[in-house]
Every structure is written in C-alpha cells, then in structure tokens.
Write a protein that binds this ligand. Structure first.
Ligand SMILES: *Cc1c(COP(=O)(O)O)cnc(C)c1O
Length: 228
C-alpha cells in the first residue's frame, strides 16, 4: 500500500496560504510577516516542482542527504528557490549544509556553531541560522535546553559572528503547543531575535497567534508522507 495518492499541491498551497492570512489578520498581524516553508521530505521531486509551478519558492528538508539528492537540480532551474534545513545537522555534514542550504534552522550546540563558523569562512557563504530550542526538554529530541539558549545565542551570534536571525522549536506531540510557542517567543524577545520558526500542519494557526514568522508545513501541502 505504498501507492502515492493524487494530491493537488497547487490547491493545497492556496488553502494553506489562505489559512495563514486569516490567522495573521485575526492576530492583528500583517500576513506578509509569515513565511510558509513547504516541507516536501520523503515526497518525490515532482511534488516540489508542482509547488514551484504554483509560484512557491521556500522549502524545507530535514535530511541533508535527501536534500542533496533532490534540490541541486531544482535550484539550478529556480535560482530564487530558498532552502531551509529543518532537521538535525551532524558536524561532519556542516560543509555540505553550508553549500546547499540558505537557512539552517537547527543550530543547537557549541561544537556545531564553531564548525559552521569555520565552514562559512572557508566557503564565503553565510546561510542564515536559527537556534533550535528543545522547549519540551525531551531527551530524544534535538535542540538546546531553554536554560542554555541565551549562552548558545551569545556564543553563535556575538562571539562567532554567525548570522543568527531567530529561534526554532518542535513542541512535544502530546502537549499544548501554545505553551512552547510562548516560551520560544520569550527567549527570542530577551535576546533581541526577530524570527520565530514554529508551527506545523496541525498547529500553524496557533503558532501565528504567538508570533511565528516561519511556519513549516508538510502534510497539509503535499499530503501524507510515504514511509521512509
Ligand atoms: C516534517 C517536519 C515538518 C512538517 O510536518 P507536517 O506535520 O507534515 O506539517 C515541520 N517541521 C519539521 C522539523 C519537520 O521535520
């Protein structure tokens, strides 16, 4: 049962964009402040191409290897494509990540910050960085602990001069996401960071209410993911 059901990516995109605009307006925000990151992981490149054909340009992938297989060709055809890394980054993949991604949302530890600084200097390419915060303090999940976030931000942004623009989180599945969105917003506020990547298919409207500037939406655009 691995047949891929037909999905109208263009229709889904239009619907999600409409929901984003409505949620933003309801929160008294300008819908233009919210960037939709379309997450096509595990979906074939054709679905990403359908999104590109519908005018969408901002995409997210959670695995470096999968992005390496899919995106160089798509980027060649669409130089204005913007690619976000939204999954864990091993230091030995930092070089590839700096070359391929435009935004790295998953900076979560000092060693990775130092490696990224070195690779960016060597490459002369500076992808924007978000610090991933493990707001639920889940042991199996990536992200810096909330209590250590300020120190990591200071190291990455102030000491290493990385282009740190914001914070990212993935709330625990079984908890009220709003509490996590509020915590992320507070850490960003006290550190003077303007961008917040939070909210997925099931909770992006709530995230927008709490100030999300980037929502990462997969299923609501591309349909259910085939098994890995
Ligand atoms: C897969 C993924 C998403 C998208 O999830 P959906 O629930 O399908 O919208 C968002 N963020 C991250 C980090 C992901 O890995």
């Amino acid at each position: 049962m691995t047949t891929v059901e037909p999905v109208s990516v263009a229709d889904n995109l239009a619907r999600v964009r409409g929901r984003i605009a409505e949620a933003a307006r309801a929160a008294g925000r300008d819908p233009g402040e919210v960037t939709l990151v379309a997450v096509g992981k595990l979906h074939p490149a054709e679905r990403v191409e359908a999104a590109l054909a519908a005018g969408h340009r901002v995409f997210g992938e959670n695995r470096v290897q999968e992005a390496e297989a899919k995106f160089p060709a798509l980027k060649a055809g669409h130089p204005d494509l913007v690619l976000h890394l939204i999954g864990p980054l091993q230091t030995n993949k930092a070089r590839v990540a700096v070359a391929l991604f435009d935004v790295i949302e998953t900076l979560d530890r000092p060693k990775l910050a130092r490696t990224l600084a070195k690779e960016m200097a060597a490459r002369g390419r500076r992808p924007a960085c978000f610090i991933q915060v493990n707001t639920g303090e889940e042991p199996q999940k990536a992200g810096v602990a909330p209590a250590e976030a300020d120190a990591l931000i200071a190291l990455a942004r102030d000491e290493l001069a990385l282009p740190v623009e914001g914070l990212m989180c993935i709330p625990p599945l079984d908890e009220e996401p709003a509490l996590h969105f509020a915590l992320l917003r507070e850490i960003a506020r006290r550190n003077g960071l303007a961008k917040l990547s939070m909210g997925m298919s099931d909770d992006f409207e709530t995230a927008i209410r709490f100030g999300a500037t980037h929502v990462r939406v997969g299923t609501a655009i591309f349909g259910p993911r085939p098994p890995r």
